[in-house]
Write a new protein. Structure first.
Lengths: 229, 495
């Protein structure tokens, strides 16, 4: 019953909440759709937090994504023990990079009075959530080895069963507590995502790479306004 | 030919008295909110000096403006290639320490302090954290410190001077300084607009004012290092960048911007010019010394029938063309050629031009009599206390010919007017000076009138913005006025 709530109900609640609030916030409050940067107030420690954290978390999330989308390729890669070992070590390294970055971010925001000034309770809530997530992630990598293989074998089918709207929680029945915590916390983060600074993930600067160099906007239709003075 | 109208400005530095009234007018109207206390959309610097933010002209540090690399134009700070690797921490991003930490005083302690042996004091507290701070710098901390070892000698423009010239600039008996008021230049080729990853910055097509859409700004802050003049600012409280809006709500109702309107020395001129937007790319890659002339050639003669026809074909209203024909800035920049852009080598084509400062008129007192020695009354521009090379770095991209032309003409106007009003200079001598400076008597009189006697209407030729028509096309103007105020739809607060 508990498993059913955490792994078949919560994910849907989280995703629906995520979609509704994300869209609504974009419609009603575009102004708040970014992260409140504090680099302007403190420019030295900033580097040692934000850079390792972002590169770490993007790589780790990318790896999760690949394992969900292409579980067979991951299993094929892991068929050779040396390759499995390399993947595991890389994963642990990236997770630790993320953790170091996140700890630096939190310490900076605690220690620097100017950075503290622009840190809201919402920020602390999300830093707490991320900290639990990254620590459990590192814990899984250390205590429950070969995660890349059993993720592809058990987690991916479960997520696909969610996506097909016929959730099958039996995949997770034998999972250790740390893994379960990691999953539950992940969906809690997805649920609070649209209420926090995390929305900045959704506004990557994509048009920059193909737009014209200069942006010129006209208030009036140039061909219609002529001769009206 | 893509003829557009662009608002342009001229600041006459010879008339600036460094009173900072412009800065205060701007501060009171636009930047007295939380997060903007440190911003001075209009500031007045003493040159030589380090300026605000500190050493903003040092582009090796801040990486502002454009670079011409083999005929290609590229942003120094945030080229498309370097955006991604720097996206989480831009190394050329200035921090509050480069500006200053704004502060106020605990005035209430003057009244609330318990009785004691000492006078109560109002201690300074940070306007960011609210904690007591040691005030270490402010927005015009180098004010009037022309010969200072800390400020003047660290002016990045001093780098190109030889030892003798540097010593001369710093010698206590001979030190020279002048004021440099600065606002956003509303450039023709703005680096801030080009750098914005979100496309939040834009140039208004009708008048070229550069604005920043607060709803689209995503706090990448690329505009801040990209602007070589450091005239976009990050609001640490809302997490959005802000910049000078050239008081467009005032302009749209026919008034000059607040800093122009309040200028005590009446140094500021505003008017629109017609220019050919097709040529920006081509001209922005010229060599440094050719840029002043290049930008001038982009500005078109609003009396030329071909230009008028091309402007009309491009949808520029007749009233805007008529306004360009009366523009005081066109006269200063293109007709008389005595106004020059600030740091044209940044290649953004700033639309704020400066009339470079001349020497003060020299006189001496002997007893109670002020003695004007005619020979030294108007000293040779080459013998000016501020070396030509220094002014050339500021105003002409190192092209001293363009600078000499502007200074010589100003000097000739002084000599000519001395002849007309006082009469102790012979007509022959005055005409010779005008001839040397490529100036006629009529032109000299016109320069004199616009520089010295101009009224509001002469200085501020605000083009009719036709804003009401632009709104009419979208919605009922009466409804718009009652619902929009000056433009904000929601309070600028993060929820």
């Amino acid at each position: 019953m508990n498993d059913f709530f955490w792994f078949a109900v919560l994910p849907y609640v989280s995703v629906v909440l995520f979609l509704l609030v994300t869209i609504r916030r974009y419609q009603t409050s575009k102004f708040s759709y970014s992260s409140l940067s504090s680099q302007f107030l403190e420019n030295q420690q900033h580097f040692w937090g934000t850079v390792p954290f972002h590169y770490g978390i993007i790589s780790v999330l990318g790896a999760h994504f690949v394992a969900i989308v292409m579980p067979r390729s991951v299993l094929w890669w892991n068929a050779a023990p040396l390759r499995l070992f390399m993947l595991e070590v890389t994963g642990l390294g990236l997770a630790i990079l993320t953790l170091v970055g996140l700890i630096n971010i939190c310490l900076r925001r605690l220690a620097n009075s100017k950075a503290r000034r622009v840190t809201s309770w919402g920020d602390w809530f999300i830093y707490g959530g991320l900290l639990v997530q990254v620590v459990t992630g590192v814990g899984i990598a250390v205590f429950h080895g070969w995660g890349s293989s059993w993720f592809a074998a058990s987690m991916s089918p479960w997520i696909w069963s969610l996506a097909k709207l016929s959730p099958d929680v039996s995949y997770l029945a034998t999972m250790p507590l740390l893994v379960k915590l990691h999953i539950i916390n992940a969906f809690l983060i997805i649920a609070v995502f649209p209420f926090t600074r995390l929305v900045h993930i959704l506004v990557a600067p994509n048009p920059y790479f193909w737009r014209k160099t200069q942006v010129v906007l006209w208030n009036w239709d140039r061909t219609r306004i002529r001769g009206t003075d | 030919m893509d003829v557009r109208s662009q608002i342009s400005m001229v600041f006459h530095l010879d008339k600036c008295i460094g009173c900072h009234t412009c800065s205060i007018a701007c501060k009171n109207v636009w930047t007295d909110r939380e997060g903007t206390e440190y911003m001075w959309w209009n500031n007045v610097e003493t040159k030589p000096g380090t300026g605000y933010p500190t050493k903003w002209e040092d582009q090796d540090h801040y990486k502002g403006g454009w670079e011409a690399k083999g005929g290609e134009l590229e942003l120094k700070s945030t080229s498309k290639r370097s955006l991604v690797p720097n996206i989480f921490h831009n190394p050329s991003q200035p921090s509050m320490d480069d500006y200053y930490e704004p502060w106020t005083y605990k005035y209430e302690e003057l009244f609330n302090a318990p009785e004691g042996d000492d006078q109560p004091t109002a201690i300074p507290v940070s306007m960011v954290t609210g904690e007591p701070i040691d005030v270490e710098s402010g927005p015009n901390w180098d004010d009037d410190l022309g010969g200072s070892e800390i400020y003047a000698s660290n002016d990045p423009n001093m780098d190109g001077l030889n030892a003798e010239q540097r010593a001369q600039m710093l010698a206590i008996e001979r030190l020279a300084f002048f004021y440099l008021p600065r606002i956003c230049n509303h450039c023709m080729n703005p680096a801030c607009v080009a750098a914005c990853p979100s496309g939040a910055l834009y140039k208004r097509g009708e008048d070229g004012i550069v604005l920043l859409n607060q709803d689209r700004c995503r706090a990448w802050r690329s505009c801040i290092p990209a602007c070589p003049y450091k005239k976009t600012y990050y609001n640490w409280s809302t997490g959005k960048s802000e910049k000078c809006i050239l008081c467009f709500p005032r302009l749209e109702s026919g008034q000059a911007p607040a800093c122009f309107h309040s200028c005590v020395g009446r140094i500021r001129y505003i008017g629109n010019v017609l220019y050919d937007a097709d040529r920006i790319r081509e001209l922005a890659t010229l060599r440094d010394e050719e840029l002043v002339e290049g930008q001038r050639s982009m500005i078109l003669d609003p009396h030329d029938p071909d230009v008028i026809a091309a402007a009309k074909a491009n949808g520029v209203p007749d009233s805007i063309i008529a306004s360009a024909q009366k523009s005081p800035t066109y006269k200063y920049v293109k007709e008389w050629k005595i106004a020059l852009p600030l740091h044209v080598e940044y290649r953004t084509f700033p639309m704020l031009f400066y009339v470079p400062p001349l020497l003060p008129v020299m006189s001496s007192t002997q007893g109670d009599v002020v003695k004007n020695d005619l020979d030294s009354l108007f000293a040779d521009i080459e013998a000016a206390r501020a070396p030509m090379e220094y002014l050339g770095k500021l105003f002409s991209g190192g092209n001293l010919g363009k600078l000499r032309y502007a200074l010589r003409k100003q000097l000739a106007v002084r000599i000519w007017r001395r002849h007309v009003t006082v009469g102790d200079i012979s007509e022959e001598k005055a005409l010779a000076a005008l001839n040397d400076a490529d100036c006629t008597c009529e032109e000299a009189d016109a320069i004199y009138r616009l520089s010295a006697l101009s009224t509001f209407d002469d200085r501020f030729v605000v083009p009719p913005f036709q804003r009401e028509m632009a709104i009419e096309m979208l919605e009922d103007p009466h409804e718009h006025r009652s619902s929009m105020g000056f433009g904000a739809r929601v309070a600028p607060k993060r929820s």
